[in-house]
Design a protein around this ligand. Structure first.
Ligand SMILES: [Fe+2]
Length: 200
């Protein structure tokens, strides 16, 4: 008898491996959160608790060499993930499409969503105060499960309908962009800083 695990949902978790760059990026995120007035206004108008450059800036790697260095490092991580996903890219590479920063205050959260129009999405964590919120990942087949029973508390990770990924400062998380995810409420102290991105 064998029970095969089919239809994998790949999730990548690795350290960026450049502490000096993380420090530079922390300064850059804090500076943007102070100086990007359009982004501050957008965050306020949309109930974002803190600051995000999501809707205001689309050229961070041109503005600040720390972001250009980050994209070079992320390109390697995304290429490794694409290989792990066995993507046939016809000899081409995935390229960054959008990259934005997030500075979340205590109490902040980001409800479940996907990233349409891209192939791989991810986040680099720059500062993660304790209790500041895991990334909750959701089985994309939940809507199909109808009468399926709950899973046991000690079910293997691959069989759980929700997985909570706990980042550390310097963690790179990557997933396929269709995977629904949610930032759990920031119940810690201090600013949680991250940089999110889409590749296509
Ligand atoms: Fe997201």
């Amino acid at each position: 008898m064998s029970v095969r695990q089919l239809f994998a949902t790949p999730f990548y978790d690795a350290p960026l491996g450049d502490d000096a760059l993380i420090e530079d990026l922390a300064r850059s995120v804090q500076m943007l959160a102070q100086e990007d007035r359009a982004g501050r206004n957008w965050s306020k108008a949309h109930g974002y608790r803190g600051y995000t450059s999501y809707a205001s800036l689309d050229d961070l790697p041109l503005r600040d060499p720390a972001f250009a260095d980050l994209v070079r490092a992320l390109n390697r991580h995304v290429a490794a993930f694409a290989r792990a996903c066995a993507f046939d890219l016809g000899g081409r590479r995935l390229k960054v499409d959008h990259l934005w920063v997030n500075l979340m205050k205590p109490g902040g959260t980001h409800s479940g969503h996907v990233h349409p129009g891209s192939v791989v999405s991810g986040t680099l964590y720059v500062a993660v105060p304790s209790g500041s919120g895991a990334l909750k990942l959701e089985d994309p087949r939940l809507g199909l499960m109808m009468a399926a029973p709950q899973r046991a508390d000690d079910a293997p990770e691959a069989l759980r309908p929700f997985v909570y990924a706990e980042p550390q400062a310097g963690s790179v998380f990557l997933w396929e962009s269709w995977l629904r995810h949610e930032v759990m409420p920031h119940a810690g102290k201090g600013d949680r800083m991250s940089i999110s991105f889409n590749y296509r």
